[in-house]
Design a protein around this ligand. Structure first.
Ligand code: HEC
Ligand code: HEC
Ligand code: HEC
Ligand code: HEC
Ligand code: HEC
Ligand code: HEC
Length: 453
């Protein structure tokens, strides 16, 4: 026992030593594993390792800038952190490549530390062999946080009903057996001649069992019809096919493109529109192929994705060979998924701007294991895991009201501070039982006129 322990300790020390030497090794040259993560999170929207995307390929970039521009790693740090400042400082090579790429702006990354950048550069210098495209993970089928429990309840109801029916049948069997033994037992027959005389009498006595069974079936049927009625006009899970197979998992998930880069109007007003084809072309003028090395939905291949990207060119009349527009356009008719009836007023900016923090905080408090970072996901579910968008909630009046009842308003945001200067104190007095907690219903979120014209 003791010797084993000694051994164990020695092994631990050995492992510790190994780790610390490799850590100091990485300390000098950067950790390519971490670099890969950072590269995927920040750079792949515009860069690949070995081909041009929006920006140049970055494999071996440290060597390349040395030979092409005579600049070193220091320069790369400056460029990656803030290429704008570097260009503004009059740096010759920085301005040269900016011109070379038709003055396409690279994003600035003030948040990356020197170590982060060393890690990224270590990755571009020594990228590991490409992994086979990974199989789709389970997240694809997860819709919203609220989708699963509802489905579960339905399943539970069905299972409980089936168990109840099974129980009833067993009970009937037992009763029938008892009847048969009763009928066979002579003493009893003698004892109780008047009561158990014939089958018809038995039926008289026990017919309620059959009737009970019928009643249970009737209740189940009624429950089904009720459910069906309740779900008329509710399209949770609605998931139509679109004219272009546009994947949110690839754009918002893998490439981490901000929702509002495409749905930019959500901030300003009532609707949050589908982006126009020009928005797609900002990137797809240069991204004409799907680079299949990091993600592939099962059943799809590179040729499929490439074909879908070609549809953007057909729609906008872009000739990728000549790199010019032909003028022949054809509109893309997206099928609308979310659509409130005309008598409902829903405004994105009230939720995306004024309510943003309140909604995120409240959602994360209610779903500690399924937190969201972007307000949109509170209502639309984890869109960034969906290849095909589907409705993640039922979008009924009850759903709006439920959230208004339970979401505490952020009285300190600029919007509410301005509009409800004195209201906060007044409400504190009015709802002392809530300890000054003010939910949306207190500021009018249950008034019919706020949501109905
Ligand atoms: C929004 C698109 C975009 C993103 C995101 C982006 N880049 Fe760039 N990058 C460019 C463009 C475009 C250029 C070419 C120069 C220009 O037009 O400014 C470039 C140039 C570079 C260069 C100079 C290469 C050379 O050959 O001289 C380096 C290095 C670089 N990017 C690294 C990065 C790293 C590292 C990241 C992620 C942390 C990143 N870029 C993210 C668009 C982007
Ligand atoms: C690169 C552009 C782009 C980005 C980024 C993007 N979307 Fe979309 N979105 C689209 C397009 C195109 C459609 C229409 C096709 C479809 O339904 O998939 C769409 C559709 C939708 C719809 C359904 C609209 C309807 O018809 O009711 C919702 C909801 C949505 N997006 C939310 C989001 C959220 C939330 C994010 C961020 C996590 C996001 N989108 C990021 C382009 C984008
Ligand atoms: C901010 C840049 C950006 C914008 C804007 C953008 N895309 Fe993409 N798109 C990409 C990147 C990056 C890829 C993945 C390339 C890769 O991994 O090789 C991609 C891949 C695709 C693909 C193949 C994968 C898939 O999703 O099926 C299609 C189709 C596509 N985009 C359509 C669109 C459409 C339609 C729009 C406009 C509504 C659009 N894109 C807007 C960057 C963008
Ligand atoms: C409080 C819930 C809520 C939040 C938060 C929310 N949406 Fe919506 N969204 C809705 C509702 C409800 C509709 C249906 C509106 C209609 O039909 O008038 C909708 C519709 C849409 C549509 C379809 C076009 C339209 O306006 O009808 C898109 C695209 C969309 N949302 C994107 C977003 C994006 C992107 C965000 C985050 C910036 C976001 N939504 C945040 C509830 C929400
Ligand atoms: C995820 C939670 C959530 C859902 C779902 C939601 N809301 Fe809201 N709503 C809020 C919050 C939070 C505010 C308060 C924003 C603020 O601070 O002013 C708000 C405010 C409003 C207001 C303004 C109320 C006022 O008195 O100023 C209207 C109108 C409204 N929502 C309509 C709707 C409709 C219609 C739906 C359903 C289609 C809906 N909301 C669904 C969270 C939600
Ligand atoms: C927070 C927003 C909100 C408030 C407050 C609200 N409604 Fe609604 N109401 C809705 C939405 C959203 C729908 C559409 C539901 C759907 O399409 O399934 C709706 C639908 C209805 C309908 C149509 C019946 C149905 O279920 O489709 C009636 C009637 C109605 N509301 C009456 C009222 C009355 C009366 C009040 C005030 C007591 C009220 N609503 C307050 C959001 C609201």
């Amino acid at each position: 026992m003791i010797s084993w322990r000694k051994h164990y300790k020695k092994t631990l020390i050995a492992i510790g030593l190994l780790l610390s030497t490799s850590a100091s090794f990485y300390g000098q040259d950067g950790d390519p594993k971490n670099g890969e993560k950072l590269f995927k999170a920040n750079c792949t929207a515009c860069h690949a390792l070995d081909k041009q995307v929006v920006g140049p390929p970055l494999k071996g970039v440290v060597e390349r800038v040395k030979t092409e521009g005579g600049v070193d790693k220091d320069w790369l740090h400056k460029w990656i952190k803030d290429n704008k400042a570097l260009r503004a400082s009059g740096d010759k090579y920085a301005n040269e490549i900016f011109e070379k790429f038709n003055k396409t702006e690279m994003q600035v990354f003030p948040n990356l530390t020197d170590k982060d950048i060393d890690d990224i550069l270590a990755f571009t210098t020594n990228p590991p062999a490409p992994e086979p495209a990974k199989a789709d993970d389970k997240t694809t089928s997860t819709t919203g946080a609220t989708a699963a429990p509802a489905d579960k309840t339905t399943t539970n109801v069905v299972i409980i009903s089936l168990l109840a029916i099974a129980g009833l049948l067993v009970w009937i069997l037992i009763k029938l057996r008892q009847l048969v033994t009763l009928g066979q037992s002579e003493e009893l027959a003698g004892l109780n001649e008047t009561r158990v005389r014939s089958f018809s009498e038995m039926y008289e006595k026990f017919h309620f069992i059959g009737k009970g069974l019928l009643a249970v079936l009737a209740i189940l049927a009624a429950y089904g019809v009720w459910n069906w009625l309740m779900w008329i006009g509710v399209y949770k899970g609605y998931k139509p096919e679109q004219p272009i197979y546009f994947s949110h998992k690839i754009h918002a998930g893998e490439q981490k493109i901000d929702c509002q880069l495409c749905h930019s109007s959500a901030k300003y007003g009532k609707v949050s529109e589908i982006p126009s084809m020009n928005v797609c072309m900002n990137c797809h003028r240069t991204i004409s192929e799907y680079n299949a090395d990091h993600y592939m939905e099962p059943g799809k291949d590179k040729a499929f994705y490439d074909g879908e990207i070609q549809k953007i060119y057909a729609a906008t009349g872009w000739d990728p060979a000549k790199q010019q527009y032909t003028g022949k356009t054809q509109p893309v008719e997206w099928t609308r998924i979310h659509n409130m009836p005309d008598f409902v007023y829903f405004n994105h900016s009230q939720h995306v701007i004024a309510g943003e923090q309140a909604i995120i905080n409240s959602f994360n408090k209610k779903n500690p294991n399924n937190k969201i970072d972007v307000v949109c996901k509170a209502c639309h579910g984890k869109i960034d895991t969906m290849n095909v968008v589907q409705m993640a909630n039922d979008f009924t009046m009850g759903w709006c009201i439920e959230c208004h009842r339970t979401t505490e308003v952020d009285m300190n945001n600029g919007y509410n501070k301005e509009y409800f200067k004195n209201l906060h104190d007044k409400l504190k007095k009015q709802y002392p039982q809530d300890g000054g907690k003010i939910t949306v219903d207190a500021i009018g979120g249950l008034e019919c006129g706020k949501c109905h014209y």
